[in-house]
Design a protein around this ligand. Structure first.
Ligand SMILES: Cc1ncc(COP(=O)(O)O)c(C=O)c1O
Length: 453
């Protein structure tokens, strides 16, 4: 299937294009109708309740015709741009051919699995397919239990692994847990240096947090720890990048203690961090890797992959679900993996990420309320603080900067005092520059509002 390789190219002067102050009348009317029944929106929507009509490449258009630069990729999902023609073509073909045949094999599923297995790190070749990230996380946890015959898990402060019952037990987001964690689920301080739980400084600390984790596993665990489950870079918590030796140290700890390492790459996979898999940045191969979001560029398809010698255990946790691995999901997944290779998306992500990071670092120098900028590849973010010395989080400013920038034509992702950026990996630098101008101007406006200027 062929398509114009310049399909997403746009005139930089054409974006953003705000015709009506957003959210405009049509946006409001549609949102009000939906909101009457749809309850429980994300802060992304609550803070800026716009309604969208279409997406093309690196832009989004709302119901009033306003055009935004997309710095969110949905929510780290449409890595290859909105409605990538190859993904659309594959989806159209297979949607018209066969939508569902439970977990029977289809040629498109075989093609997808062969492609994915050829790309996964190490020998992570035992694959199961699901629809949501949390489903794959939970299935990976079941596989770890079945393999080790142990049931405890350790994850980290600030981790997010999804909103189903076991996923929330390994997640640290107070407002979604709705009660105590399940028995055997433990949280430990992570290697988040900017807010170190132990008040240490890297590298003099010599990764004290990993030693502390080892003690916690010994003291709190009951010799029944199946796995450490972690995000290699924390997304929801504010694009938290750990020191380069942190992940290898966790791998080493797992090996010494004889427990499995599950790396949740739902958010970081498929070139988002400037490598195909985030673990490639650290030369670490986990025992199980969990994939989602960018895997099928917007179609709900997720998966986990487990070491070849552990695959026997997958028979014990039956993979079949109503929709997992359906032909449409496999088609969208295959198209996405092919595009990543054909369009050198890994290199593009690394290059664009470096370009953005350079500007973010400059921005940090010129603004009093930017405490830290961080990221890898195109998984980026900044933390707003009331004072660079005390590092006190500045959630009110974070919300305002998000809103002001959105109203100027930048669609992106808030998380209280952390602002998160995840542009489509195909974005040209000139467009990213315009997005960064908007962020820069918006921070200045908010600094004025809060009396910093
Ligand atoms: C690291 C991580 N794991 C799991 C999930 C859950 O994925 P889903 O929302 O598809 O269930 C998310 C979602 O944002 C995530 O960021």
């Amino acid at each position: 299937m062929s398509y114009d390789k310049n399909w997403a190219k746009i005139d930089p002067d054409s974006v953003p294009d705000i015709k009506v102050t957003p959210p405009g009348p049509k946006s409001k009317e549609i949102h009000n109708r939906a909101e009457k029944y749809m309850k429980g929106y994300s802060s992304q929507v609550k803070l800026f309740p716009v309604s969208f009509e279409s997406g093309h490449g690196v832009t989004l258009t709302d119901s009033d015709g306003n055009k935004y630069i997309d710095f969110s990729s949905g929510i780290y999902v449409t890595n290859l741009g909105h409605c990538h023609p190859k993904v659309v073509q594959y989806l159209q073909k297979y949607t018209a051919q066969l939508m569902n045949c439970h977990d029977f094999s289809t040629e498109i599923k075989a093609l997808f699995l062969e492609k994915l297995a050829s790309m996964t790190p190490g020998n992570l070749n035992g694959i199961q397919m699901y629809c949501a990230g949390c489903e794959s996380v939970e299935a990976a946890m079941r596989a770890a239990r079945a393999h080790t015959r142990k049931y405890e898990f350790f994850s980290f402060y600030g981790d997010f692994h999804g909103k189903t019952m076991s996923a929330v037990s390994v997640t640290q987001v107070a407002d979604i847990t709705t009660g105590p964690r399940a028995v055997g689920m433990h949280l430990a301080p992570s290697g988040h240096c900017y807010h170190c739980a132990f008040d240490k400084k890297y590298p003099e600390c010599k990764l004290f947090c990993v030693d502390a984790l080892e003690r916690q596993i010994q003291m709190e665990g009951t010799n029944n720890v199946a796995a450490i489950l972690m995000e290699p870079i924390q997304g929801w918590n504010g694009s938290i990048v750990y020191p380069d030796d942190y992940l290898p140290a966790i791998r080493n700890l797992c090996d010494r203690l004889g427990i499995l390492l599950i790396v949740d790459e739902v958010l970081t996979c498929c070139a988002r961090t400037g490598k195909m898999w985030c673990v490639d940045n650290y030369n670490v191969v986990p025992d199980i890797i969990v994939l989602g979001k960018g895997l099928a560029n917007g179609f709900p398809a997720t998966a986990f992959a487990i070491r070849e010698e552990m695959t026997e255990v997958l028979e014990k946790i039956s993979a079949s679900t109503s929709y997992g691995g359906n032909p449409m999901a496999a088609a969208a997944g295959l198209a996405s993996l092919e595009v990543i290779e054909e369009e050198n998306i890994v290199q593009k992500s690394a290059g664009l990420g470096e370009f953005i990071m350079k500007r973010l670092k400059k921005m940090k120098e010129s603004h009093k309320i930017i405490g830290e900028v961080r990221g890898k590849g195109c998984l980026l973010g900044m933390e707003l603080v009331k004072d660079k010395g005390t590092r006190e989080p500045f959630a009110e400013a974070g919300k305002r900067v998000y809103q002001v920038a959105f109203s100027k034509g930048l669609a992106w992702i808030p998380a209280n005092h952390n602002l998160r950026m995840s542009p489509p990996l195909i974005m040209e630098e000139i467009i990213a520059d315009k997005a960064l101008d908007i962020i820069d101007e918006s921070i200045t406006i908010v600094e004025k509002e809060f009396g910093y200027i």
